[in-house]
Design a protein around this ligand. Structure first.
Ligand code: LIP
Length: 274
């Protein structure tokens, strides 16, 4: 079984690298942009083509596996996570960055077996950074092992969060309140890379200490959650309890203590489940 997962990861890395080349080639060109759930929820032909390419290749290799992909779901497919090996895919995490040629975009490929996340690949093709992990085997960036900072003190922390693509007034108000309440702790600073998966990989690498966001989807967090936990980090539900990738929310960080400190400060925000 271990060998199976290693083989799955190896294939996913190859697929992510090829997908990343397509993203990189399109990155500097003019993009044709359409909108989805809001005027700031963007999609391009590249998102759609790259997802087809990833699913097509994986399905050919593993015909009995299942798939959850951001753009397939946008096209009407239902999100179904069963016990079968299921690939959870975001072809371009950070689509707004992609549209603006801001170099934080990632191809995300996660794998769940028996509903447990067992492997993840997050590839920033623009910076050529390949983050990978298999459950129980550590986390890597371009073959070098990575580790969280271990930071426990909010006052010494660099914290990541995002505004997201909802422009509902109540969402904006709650997100700004959370930013204010985090700043009031005396935190070193706050950052937004514009990609959930890359925020999480940077926490995994230890160059920031915590990430929290409401409103994201399972494909934004699945792959990176394996990487973060294998780097010694901790993922949770901001309302308490374990991470639920279908809950549209995540808090994760370099230590349980830091995650619990920030969780207590948060104003929770309602989104419909995946
Ligand atoms: C994005 C997330 C990001 C969030 C954006 C968007 P997409 O994913 O990674 O954290 O703030 O609103 O959901 O849509 O670029 O794959």
């Amino acid at each position: 079984e271990d060998e199976d997962v290693e083989n799955f990861l190896e294939t996913a890395v190859e697929v992510a690298r090829n997908a990343g080349q397509v993203v990189k080639a399109a990155f500097a060109l003019e993009k044709r942009v359409e909108t989805k759930s809001s005027a700031a929820d963007l999609v391009t032909e590249t998102d759609q083509n790259v997802e087809k390419m990833i699913i097509g290749t994986l399905r050919e290799k593993f015909p009995d596996h299942c798939f959850i992909g951001e753009e397939s779901v946008a096209a009407g497919q239902k999100i179904e996570l069963t016990d079968a090996p299921t690939w959870i895919i975001d072809p371009v995490d950070g689509t707004t960055n992609f549209v603006h040629s801001f170099p934080f975009v990632a191809v995300c490929i996660g794998l769940a077996i028996n509903k447990n996340l067992v492997a993840g690949v997050v590839y920033n093709a623009i910076l050529d950074e390949m983050f990978t992990a298999i459950k129980g085997k550590g986390a890597y960036c371009n073959d070098a092992q990575i580790n969280c900072s271990g930071q426990e003190d909010i006052k010494q922390s660099l914290v990541m969060t995002e505004i997201g693509s909802s422009r509902k007034v109540e969402h904006i108000t709650a997100k700004l309140k959370n930013i204010e309440d985090i700043l009031r702790t005396g935190v070193h600073g706050m950052r937004s890379l514009g990609s959930a998966a890359l925020n999480m990989c940077h926490v995994a690498r230890g160059d920031s200490d915590l990430y929290v966001e409401y409103g994201i989807h399972c494909w934004d967090m699945a792959a990176a959650a394996v990487i973060l936990e294998e780097a010694g980090g901790y993922c949770a539900d901001p309302r308490g309890g374990p991470l639920d990738i279908m809950s549209r929310q995540i808090i994760c960080g370099s230590s349980v203590k830091l995650v619990e400190t920030v969780s207590k400060l948060l104003t929770h925000i309602e989104y419909e489940r995946d």
